[in-house]
Design a protein around this ligand. Structure first.
Ligand SMILES: O=P(O)(O)OP(=O)(O)OP(=O)(O)OC[C@H]1O[C@@H](n2cnc3c(O)ncnc32)[C@H](O)[C@@H]1O
Length: 194
């Protein structure tokens, strides 16, 4: 049996662990190699399109960086504002985008979302990054590499890793059932996302 190598475009344990868990369950013995992969988008992506671009870029860069990798996986955290800013009464949502490529097929999926508190939303709107804001509010360090904002705001019932695990699993469906998705994918591998 050929063992798969998966390149994941991150060194963050809260992302690497779920990637390892998902691939280990689907393809026992597969090896996940984390690599630093540039997202090409700002540290704090805003909006679905920008976050998607970051995930896709990371997936492609990771696969290119790891010799023999069958899959490249990119995970990018983002926030989005709806109905304007929090000051105007709209919500601010935290979500993640997962991109997976095997060099031909490129699949992109989104996680479930968490509504962020207004105090966090307005600081994000002013240009701050979520990680440092949540570290400050929680009195913890580097929360984005641990249970994450999701862990903090759900009483630990769900962690950032849990959310990635589900989003990645869903994104992989077309790879698991390629025969059913033939001729259709969310993006062709050379599609430039706008
Ligand atoms: O090491 P990498 O893979 O870059 O992981 P990251 O957590 O730093 O980066 P992301 O691209 O996933 O997320 C973008 C930013 O959003 C913030 N962020 C996202 N999810 C978060 C969470 O659950 N808790 C705290 N900060 C979060 C954090 O500031 C990130 O730098």
């Amino acid at each position: 049996m050929t063992l798969l190598t998966i390149a994941a475009g991150t060194l963050n344990p809260a992302k690497l662990r779920p990637v390892e868990q998902v691939f280990e369950q689907l393809w026992p013995g597969s090896r996940v190699q984390g690599v630093q992969a540039a997202s090409g988008v700002p540290e704090q992506p805003i909006g679905v399109q920008e976050t998607m671009r970051g995930a896709v870029q990371r997936a492609r860069a990771a696969r290119a960086a790891v010799a023999g990798a069958s899959y490249g996986v990119g995970l990018e955290g983002g926030v989005r504002f709806d109905m304007g800013t929090s000051a105007e009464g709209g919500g601010c949502w935290l979500f993640g985008v997962v991109a997976v490529t095997d060099g031909t097929r490129l699949e992109v999926g989104r996680s479930a979302e968490l509504r962020l508190p207004p105090v966090v939303a307005s600081r994000l709107h002013d240009g701050e990054e979520l990680g440092p804001i949540m570290d400050e509010l929680s009195g913890q360090q580097n929360i984005k590499q641990k249970a994450g904002t999701v862990g903090l705001l759900t009483g630990g019932l769900l962690s950032r890793a849990d959310v990635w695990q589900m989003a990645l699993t869903l994104t992989l469906a077309p790879f698991l059932h390629a025969e059913l998705y033939q001729g259709q994918q969310t993006f062709s591998s050379d599609t430039e996302l706008t």
